[in-house]
Design a protein around this ligand. Structure first.
Ligand SMILES: [Mg+2]
Length: 365
């Protein structure tokens, strides 16, 4: 008799959604979400979902290529036993080494189906350290007035942490950050430059903000990803916690950050590492004294829910940036998981598996 944990079938479909507003950052802009949904069904009938979020302007991965790759993997996964996931997931990551978000989606679906079959929430596979985390919310690139309006909206939701995207123009960015600070004087401020500054110019901006009594909790990826000297300089000379995101695309990059002291913190994203390697990366960086952010690409509650389970399971994350489901215009997932309007993920409501599934209407071709 076939074990219940054996994969019966898998499928991959485009997972598109309209946004409330364009998600604009220094390296590009998304007018809509264009991801890929991956579904794994076990012999027992248990189902798991994963989501791949290709960001062509960041990693070069495309929705079409991701869809084709995942359809290829769907055929290879049929007949494998989810309970033995380490016997086939490393090879899958190897095959998809140029398309990390696809590998991550397959892994999410496999582990989601397995935890659902075991009748435990997904986070318990990672340790079950906690069941609740609160996300920041992003102030995307735009004018000073838009930054003020966005910040007021975020504050009214009850969200206390504001992640401001910087665009590389020090005067405009200064005024935008000041506008957010004035709209929410008690708010915690994270800055994400997405590689748009030089070390000297970002240090000048930080000094200017300090003189204006604007406190910054984290500065993410100030300089281009390959500018290791610049990362080191900002880390050395700034009183603000400097976080590496685009600079860390692999475990060896994380080791480089540790060795060169090129940041105080690292952004762990499932789209870059998947869940299992993401957990390894978190433990490695944490052991080396680095702080951790759990972040993501432009993702719905399927992928960000997976990240919330990872972060809650491990319990070692200092910064939570899982807000993009709040940018999706319509309700496209059902189930207890997803950030509520105030940015909080309440995983104690999830009894088994991921706790989020696509709404039937949103998966129609
Ligand atoms: Mg970032």
């Amino acid at each position: 008799m076939t074990r219940g944990t054996v994969i019966k079938r898998c499928s991959a479909i485009p997972w598109n959604a309209a946004l409330r507003q364009a998600f604009s950052i220094a390296t590009g802009s998304h007018a809509s979400m264009e991801n890929v949904l991956f579904r794994v069904e076990l012999a027992s009938g248990d189902v798991g979902y994963g989501e791949a979020a290709p960001a062509p302007h960041v990693t070069g991965e495309t929705q079409n290529r991701t869809l084709l790759n995942l359809r290829g993997e769907a055929r290879k996964l049929a007949g494998k036993d989810c309970a033995d996931y380490l016997s086939f997931l490393p090879e899958l990551h190897e095959r998809l080494s140029g398309n990390h978000c696809a590998a991550a989606a397959a892994e999410m679906a496999v582990l989601g189906a397995l935890s659902s079959h075991a009748s435990v929430p997904l986070y318990s596979l990672f340790g079950g350290a906690r069941t609740r985390i609160a996300s920041d919310m992003t102030v995307v690139l735009g004018s000073v007035d838009e930054a003020r309006r966005d910040a007021e909206g975020i504050r009214l939701r009850g969200i206390k942490t504001f992640k401001i995207k910087l665009g590389g123009d020090p005067d405009a960015d200064f005024l935008r950050v000041l506008a957010v600070h004035q709209a929410a004087p008690k708010g915690v401020i994270y800055l994400d430059a997405n590689q748009s500054y030089t070390a000297e110019s970002i240090l000048r901006l930080l000094r200017r903000l300090r003189r204006a009594h604007v406190e910054i909790s984290v500065l993410e990826q100030p300089v281009p990803q390959e500018d290791w000297d610049g990362m080191r300089k900002v880390t050395r000379e700034s009183a603000v916690c400097v976080l590496a995101d685009e600079s860390v695309q692999s475990q060896s990059d994380a080791v480089k950050v540790i060795r060169l002291r090129a940041a105080h913190a690292v952004n762990i994203k499932t789209a870059k590492f998947g869940l299992l390697r993401g957990a390894e990366m978190a433990r490695l960086c944490s052991a080396a004294g680095l702080k951790l952010m759990i972040g993501g690409m432009l993702e719905s509650a399927i992928a960000m829910g997976n990240s919330a389970h990872l972060a809650c399971g491990l319990g070692c994350f200092d910064f939570v940036d899982l807000d993009t489901p709040l940018f999706v215009r319509d309700r496209i997932t059902s189930g207890p998981l997803g950030p509520s309007s105030d940015g909080i993920y309440r995983l104690d409501r999830v009894k088994r598996g991921l706790g989020a599934a696509p709404c039937a209407a949103s998966t129609r071709p």
